[in-house]
Design a protein around this ligand. Structure first.
Ligand code: HEM
Length: 130
């Protein structure tokens, strides 16, 4: 698959991941039975797996890897934190207050990852300050 097609796939799954997380958070806050639907439990995981696979494939094309390229290490660690905090938001958080807080924190982590991707910098704020 070409670099362009892979990047498109990566970014489509990035957008889908965010929208699916956003809407599941709204359903969580509203105590909606939608959260228990079969497709709602499966589709986000399939999407995030494709997102990760396309990201890893892209690293082999540009020849930069997590562990050696700081911004890619930050993205990979960020993705793991996003998934873990996301499960607190949608499943493991004991109270709605904890789940709502985790839902917002996970979104902040997600925006951090997007900023890292766009700047290729572990501290994207640097670009604004300099
Ligand atoms: C939630 C997680 C992630 C988000 C939100 C995200 C977001 C993005 C975005 C928006 C771009 C396009 C950047 C641009 O146009 O300059 C991008 C590119 C890329 N991403 Fe991700 N990404 C995520 C996870 C990952 C992971 C886990 C990896 C690899 C381990 C990865 C590897 C890459 C690579 C190699 C590129 C191409 C960079 C380039 O050539 O400019 N991404 N990502």
């Amino acid at each position: 698959m070409s670099y362009f097609a892979l990047k498109q796939l990566h970014m489509i799954t990035v957008a889908a991941s965010y929208l699916l997380f956003l809407v599941r958070g709204v359903w969580m806050l509203a105590d909606s039975p939608m959260l228990t639907r079969r497709w709602v439990k499966i589709v986000p995981h399939v999407n995030d797996t494709v997102l990760l696979a396309a990201g890893i494939w892209l690293t082999t094309i540009i020849g930069q890897y997590p562990g050696t390229a700081g911004w890619l290490t930050a993205k990979l660690v960020g993705l793991i934190v996003y998934i873990l905090v996301g499960t607190v938001a949608l499943k493991r958080g004991r109270t709605k207050r904890i789940r709502a807080t985790a839902w917002i924190v996970a979104q902040l982590v997600f925006f951090y990852i997007v900023a890292v991707a766009l700047t290729r910098d572990v501290l994207p704020i640097r670009g604004l300050l300099s």
